[in-house]
Design a protein around this ligand. Structure first.
Ligand SMILES: C[S@@+](CC[C@H](N)C(=O)[O-])C[C@H]1O[C@@H](n2cnc3c(N)ncnc32)[C@H](O)[C@@H]1O
Length: 242
């Protein structure tokens, strides 16, 4: 799997430029959705947040069973570990015993920033770590929706006075949205990174998941459990280890 040792995107740049846009209300609604699907579809046992970031969902999911965060970024984990136990690790080799987990979720494209072969490898790793009937939930956006806005440019002044500029271009031949994010801090320091998000249509995503051995359980187009649609903002897929 491709590893980026000092990831120029995740870490300080990502945290500074994402946290101001995610409200507690949205996080609570996402966590309520996750609580429901794990209650309905996962066996007893621990859950892990794959790419937990600063741990915004973790606090809402602890209580009824053990919940852990997993991420590669030290800075994010510093925040997340104040909420629940966390593990530093890479998706390419998860630090869990085979069959140890009742469920796992990957929210906000956490597992969609990789070449296709790496994506399959990380899914095999998750499959290995889940117990029979364990549930994996993946959150992304439908490829068709992204294709309707192939070019995007955004500029924002963040609450701390820093200036964010982002340009993105969707490549329909690869399903990748290629982006460059630049943040200029008030002291003049500039942080910048190129990154991509690989978007999937629902049939494409299910094909990859089924090839690894997962069994489709549900797909939703939003937090209200609505049917998936190419026009929806969200694509949420739940699959069982079988
Ligand atoms: C888009 S963020 C989402 C964070 C969180 N799930 C949320 O919804 O706010 C993706 C997270 O995945 C982590 N990540 C990216 N590649 C990873 C890898 N190969 N192994 C482990 N974590 C990784 C990043 O450090 C980042 O915290």
């Amino acid at each position: 799997m491709t590893t980026r040792k000092d990831d120029p995107f995740f870490g300080e740049l990502y945290l500074r430029t994402t946290k101001p846009f995610i409200s507690e209300q949205v996080t609570e609604a996402e966590a309520a959705y996750l609580r429901q699907v794990f209650t309905d579809h996962a066996p007893e046992g621990p859950l892990v947040d794959l790419g937990c970031g600063h741990g915004r969902h973790l606090a809402h999911l602890t209580g009824t069973r053990p919940v852990f965060g997993l991420d590669r970024d030290w800075l994010s984990l510093e925040e997340a570990k104040a909420i629940t136990p966390v593990a530093r690790g890479d998706f390419s080799g998860l630090p869990f015993k085979s069959g140890a987990l009742a469920g796992a979720w990957a929210w906000y494209n956490s597992v969609c920033t990789f070449p296709d072969s790496d994506f399959s490898q990380l899914l095999r790793e998750v499959h290995r770590c889940l117990k029979p009937n364990g549930l994996l939930v993946i959150h992304t956006s439908p490829r068709e929706k992204i294709a309707t806005q192939p070019d995007a440019h955004a500029e924002h002044q963040l609450p701390d006075g820093s200036r964010l500029v982002e340009d993105a271009h969707y490549d329909p031949s690869t399903g990748r949205d290629l982006a460059r994010r630049q943040l200029t801090l008030t002291d003049g320091r500039v942080m910048a990174a190129d990154f991509f998000i690989r978007y999937y249509s629902l049939p494409e995503l299910l094909r990859v998941l089924e090839a690894v051995g997962f069994r489709p359980l549900f797909a939703h187009g939003g937090l209200g459990f609505e049917a998936p649609s190419p026009e929806a903002e969200d694509l949420i897929v739940g699959v069982s280890r079988g």
